[in-house]
Design a protein around this ligand. Structure first.
Ligand code: SF4
Length: 299
């Protein structure tokens, strides 16, 4: 509820900000809140002016690079170091499914030196084992593995927002934090009928009040969105056949432009529900075990 507060420094508070750099993902986890289990594709290119402009205006405590799967974006190293230069907040993470860590093995030590943590969000026991083997190889055994409790007891900076299971410490810095979850609330689209995909038809306020995405704006293609679901939905309705009313609702959403004359008040409005919340589930249902697979062709 704090989004949009103007601080004494003149900056606009956005406690948690996610920067979305790719629609593509190599997995198909059901319940993906950003609809990246579907074959939406496309990577974004880093623009230093856009990054600086947002960083000059915002005060962020917890910053994440996210997708899709950020490790599918070949420019990830440029993104990571570029955004880190401008966003000097305590917690700076890249969130990944952990399957492609070795693709950036050469760059990861630089990220650690620059205070970038990799949050490995794992949804299967197999991925869990492989990710640890890859981390061990990348760090050449030069780390200590610690639990959340040990980390908090040590007084080390910690990533309380993400509920990780344990951490891989390098020189007392959480180089990797591990988030292992196999159950999620329903999300994304409700189903498909006669080749037409359907979103939910929920009560706007109920869906919003139960939504764990609701206070986390995303930056995508230089503009700020209410949530990752809206970013993914924009890609989804371009590629898949949906009901006319769903398409109109998604396309009616207008993200915030950095050049807006009333930026702070627009960001404050992000604290409230949006008409598009009706497309999401009410999420009063029980957690579902996630089903995941590899995409046959990497988009
Ligand atoms: S559209 Fe509303 S309910 Fe759906 S994820 Fe975004 S904030 Fe949550």
């Amino acid at each position: 509820m704090l989004n949009g507060r103007i601080l004494d420094t003149g900056k606009i508070l956005v406690p948690t900000l996610q920067w979305y750099i790719s629609h593509s993902c190599n997995l198909t986890c059901t319940n993906c809140s950003n609809l990246n289990n579907f074959a939406i594709s496309g990577h974004n290119t880093y623009d230093d002016t856009i990054a600086k402009n947002w960083a000059d205006k915002l005060h962020v405590n917890d910053f994440c690079i996210i997708g899709g799967e950020p490790f599918t974006n070949n420019d990830l190293n440029t993104w990571a170091l570029g955004l880190r230069k401008h966003f000097t907040c305590r917690d700076f993470r890249i969130v990944t499914n952990g399957t492609l860590l070795k693709k950036f093995a050469q760059d990861i030590p630089k990220w650690i030196e620059n205070g970038i943590t990799i949050e490995v969000s794992l949804h299967s026991e197999n991925h869990f084992k492989k990710a640890f083997a890859d981390i061990d190889e990348i760090l050449q055994g030069q780390y200590t593995r610690t639990t959340k409790q040990q980390l908090q007891d040590s007084g080390c900076i910690n990533h309380i927002a993400c509920g990780y299971k344990d951490a891989i410490m390098v020189d007392n810095f959480p180089a990797f934090v591990i988030n292992y979850k196999t159950k999620f609330y329903p999300w994304g689209v409700r189903g498909v009928k006669d080749d037409v995909w359907q979103f939910y038809d929920s009560d706007r306020e109920l869906a919003h009040s139960n939504c764990w995405h609701k206070d986390t704006p995303y930056i995508y293609e230089g503009k700020m969105y209410k949530c990752g679901t809206m970013v993914g939905a924009k890609g989804f309705v371009q590629k898949y056949k949906v009901r006319d009313k769903d398409k109109e609702l998604v396309n009616a959403y207008k993200p915030i432009d950095i050049m807006s004359n009333n930026l702070a008040s627009q960001i404050q409005e992000l604290n409230a529900s949006i008409p598009q919340c009706t497309m999401c589930p009410n999420n009063s249902n029980t957690l579902q075990k996630i089903q995941l697979d590899k995409k046959k062709i990497l988009p």
